[in-house]
Design a binder for this molecule. Structure first.
Ligand SMILES: Nc1ncnc2c1ncn2[C@@H]1O[C@H](COP(=O)(O)OP(=O)(O)OP(=O)(O)O)[C@@H](O)[C@H]1O
Length: 333
């Protein structure tokens, strides 16, 4: 892993241009564009079936795009010699092996020194369980082992498919701390997740997918700008400040000010200049709020299922419809 070059003059580690992926007559991905740089984390977000895992498989070179192109450090995936680490969605190892045996097996496959195995067992706090069979491991222990396996070779690019699913908050935090330290060493991290609150604290950019299409891409600030969602500014002395101030009155609604991303800086500067404004709190739209905003923009294709918003592909909607029809038919018999 090389972290000597600065991000600014660096070529992207991963670049995807107008990539599409078809399974038969079904478009799993359409016109996807993204870039990920050294030392950055990209979050892949989207509803079930949006195409996140398919995109990860494209980047890994496990499947080929049916249109567009994908390059790793400027070379086509097929010709690249970059070091990739991967944690699949449903990580499962042979459960009669011990944790140490699993890591040693992968290290031997990749020609990695056994010392690295012992180092990772220590880093991932698995010393106490290293000689136990995996069938005795909890979900969190297996997940830690899975991430340790993914970073055995000090990868340049690390792809994690739902790494924190089923983990308690502390275990999730632990994994993201590991990801942060890999980023510091120059690793580009791509993480696919539904856990927006935690990934929001660690991402550099996010790609939002709906129905196989890109519906948002960029840093949190870029997404805020693109969404048009407003920032809330809560004033400790709301009435005292807003009364008689036509500028603040124009921004006020329900005991707070609401400002667009482009006017936020000016409003904050204005407030700082007000003598009786001693305390205010700026609340940006969260990643979760923006996620729902971008998904709802796809309203014609969105179906509410089990109380959750789910983007439905045409085929999926049709099968759901026929299921309802057949259930209705059965109940009327
Ligand atoms: N091998 C395949 N053949 C046909 N269709 C596939 C294949 N793999 C995936 N798909 C379809 O492509 C779409 C995207 O699937 P994918 O697994 O990438 O979604 P996802 O965003 O990772 O979903 P989840 O959040 O549920 O894991 C889905 O409609 C899925 O059924």
């Amino acid at each position: 892993m090389n972290n000597n070059t600065s991000q600014a003059d660096n070529a992207p580690m991963v670049s995807v241009e107008h990539a599409g992926l078809r399974f038969g007559d079904f478009d799993a991905l359409q016109d996807i564009n993204l870039e990920v740089y050294q030392g950055q984390t990209l979050a892949l977000l989207g509803h079930n079936g949006a195409g996140k895992s398919s995109l990860i498989k494209l980047i890994l070179g496990l499947i080929k795009p049916t249109s567009g192109q994908l390059t790793i450090r400027g070379s086509s995936v097929a010709g690249q010699s970059v070091n990739l680490g991967y944690l699949p969605e449903d990580v499962s190892f042979y459960d009669k092996l011990t944790g140490k045996e699993v890591l040693s097996y992968f290290a031997a496959l990749k020609g990695i020194h056994p010392q690295r195995v012992q180092q990772l067992i220590g880093e991932f706090e698995l010393e106490y369980a290293q000689h136990r069979q995996l069938k005795t491991y909890s979900k969190g222990m297996k997940q830690r082992l899975g991430v340790a396996q993914a970073i055995l070779s000090n990868p340049d690019i690390l792809l994690l498919d739902e790494p924190t699913v089923g983990l308690d908050p502390q275990a999730s935090q632990f994994l993201y701390e590991k990801i942060e330290s890999l980023k510091q060493q120059g690793c580009a991290v791509i993480v696919c997740t539904h856990e927006l609150a935690i990934v929001e604290q660690h991402l550099d950019s996010a790609l939002l997918l709906a129905g196989g299409r890109r519906v948002g891409f960029g840093s949190l600030d870029d997404l805020r700008q693109a969404s048009g969602l407003k920032t809330q500014i809560k004033l400790a002395n709301f009435a005292g400040l807003v009364q008689g101030d036509t500028y603040l009155q124009s921004l006020s609604h329900q005991q707070a000010l609401w400002v667009g991303a482009d006017e936020r800086k000016a409003v904050v500067e204005y407030l700082v200049q007000q003598k009786n404004c001693t305390d205010f709190n700026v609340i940006e739209p969260s990643l979760a709020v923006m996620y729902h905003h971008f998904m709802q923009q796809q309203a014609p294709n969105v179906a509410a299922v089990n109380g959750e918003l789910t983007m439905a592909s045409k085929g999926w909607l049709q099968s759901l419809q026929s299921l309802f029809t057949s259930t209705a038919r059965q109940s009327s018999l």
